[in-house]
Design a protein around this ligand. Sequence first.
Ligand code: E4P
Length: 231
Amino acid sequence: MKFFLDTANADEIRQAADLGVLDGVTTNPTLAAREKKPFRELALEICEIVKNGVVNTEVVSTDTDGMLREAREMASWHPNIVVKVPMTREGIRALRVLHGEGIRVNVTLVFSPAQALIVAKGGAYFVSPFLGRLDDVAQDGMGLLREILTIYRAYKFETQVLAASLRHPIHVIEAAKLGADIATMPFKVFEQLFRHPLTDRGLEGFLKDWEKAREALGEIAEPAAARKAGR
Ligand code: E4P
């Protein structure tokens, strides 16, 4: 499973990329608007940070011609950019044209298996079902992901399934168990994946035991207090 960060914040992306397990980034107009920077500049900064990973940038036009104009422009900024278009008739028309031109497209705001079927037939590179937003309205987000994966496997569609709108680590784990190609998550969720109280407690115990044993053997070359203080 690939990990994408669902943010346009360069500091968050830098911190995640630094760990070496980040495969890409998804942005949307809401996330990009928070950064208060010219969009091209922001997108290129993100491409520079994630290096070989893909960076998803979204069009804001609602007509096909406008989407095509924006998508071609964004795709010309950097080879790692994948253009997001919304799951509308206009978006699917744009998808067909862009696919023909070799521009990779992520169809976003997908909330039903029928929509996902159209997206795959249109030749999208990614389909983005929004799981958390379905859960928010008391519908089964994970159920949608399961249905999409079943359909895509039955027809061996090449469109990659990008589980989006993930709100907590269980969303990521369940999506991984179902075999989603990618999980995109906010930085907070990415960080939560690392944590377990037993890891912290276990490490503390190991270090204390090691210290005690060395003290008993009279081997302490570097007292614990000095090491903790970074001296
Ligand atoms: C994905 O590409 C979207 O940007 C994102 O996952 C939306 O998540 P939200 O429902 O938490 O806004």
